[in-house]
Design a protein around this ligand. Structure first.
Ligand code: AHG
Ligand code: MN
Ligand code: MN
Length: 280
């Protein structure tokens, strides 16, 4: 696992460099989710693949930017699914973006997840690594330095409601409105990494990307986005649900499968489960 942690750090430093120096133009290619890839998405994917191919314990990788999983070392123990550059369409407006990694032992699937990690490229570069604790690191003078352990409060103050509101279910809208009436503050950039990072570091709240009429299975991808953040939040003392079930209890049929998702502290996620149970 140390080798993997090390390879993620090396990738993050190289990605930071590429974000700082490379053009943000679109490529001619689409990824498996039908999104036009930026040159940067492709470059960051290559960087991570290159760093992971040097780590013998990594068996197979799956990437948001690759159609299929690829075997690197058939004797390796770990399977890693990653989103090389989440929120890449926010780069041209200079908002924060991130990389997300889910680390699985023996095969993909939430039940095999042993660690999860994400990196935020903002005014500063930070990394959160969750294994038996959720830990924050800051890139300082070229090295990631441990800052602190992160714990969520029982109840927070922030609300990050994703998805197109016009396409929300009416009970979902009522629930979100209810939180705002209770005093929650809107904090939504459109990048799940900085949005979830903010909630995590400010003690709690709720990030949601629900099922909508145009996206009945949500937008966010299970292996690359949903399972890693579910793991990070749960280890930090929060919860992660699709409204009915714990996100970590969900399977997947295809590496690019999506799921509606809610991540937050206990108070807010309990409300989500109550509201969704009534409207099943
Ligand atoms: P990606 O840039 O990897 O394609 O995904 C971005 C994700 C996530 O970061 C964000 O919360 C969500 O897409 C925003 O989706 P909408 O554009 O539907 O708001
Ligand atoms: Mn993404
Ligand atoms: Mn991406």
């Amino acid at each position: 696992m140390d080798d993997i942690f090390d390879a993620i750090q090396k990738s993050a430093k190289r990605i930071k460099d590429v974000i700082d120096t490379k053009d943000v133009g679109y490529s001619q290619k689409e990824n498996a989710s039908g999104e036009t890839q930026l040159e940067l998405d492709i470059k960051c994917d290559m960087i991570i693949e290159e760093e992971f191919s040097r780590v013998a314990c990594i068996n197979t990788i799956a990437s948001e930017e690759k159609e299929h999983a690829e075997t690197l070392h058939s004797d390796g123990q770990y399977f890693i699914a990653y989103d090389p550059l989440d929120g890449s369409s926010l780069i041209d407006v200079n908002l924060s973006v991130g990389s997300i990694f889910g680390i699985y032992d023996g095969g993909f699937g939430a039940e095999n997840m042993v660690a999860a990690c994400y990196v935020v490229y903002g005014p500063r570069v930070e990394m959160v690594f969750a294994q038996n604790k959720t830990k924050l690191y800051l890139l300082q003078a070229g090295e990631f330095e441990f800052v602190k352990e992160i714990r969520l409060n029982e109840k927070g103050k922030l609300m990050a409601p994703g998805g197109t509101q016009q396409n929300w279910e009416s009970y979902h809208k009522e629930m979100i409105d209810g939180f705002f009436k209770e005093g929650y503050r809107l904090r939504y950039s459109g990048g799940m990494v900085p949005d979830l990072h903010q909630i995590l570091l400010k003690g709690g709240g709720l990030f949601s990307y629900p099922a909508t009429s145009d996206k009945p299975n949500g937008k966010l991808r299970r292996l690359f986005e949903v399972f890693p953040f579910a793991f990070v939040y749960k280890i930090a003392g929060g919860e992660a649900t699709n409204g009915h079930e714990d996100l970590m209890s969900l399977g997947y049929a295809h590496v690019h499968d999506t799921s509606p998702c809610f991540f937050g502290s206990k108070y807010e996620t309990t409300r989500v489960k109550e509201v969704y149970a009534k409207n099943a």
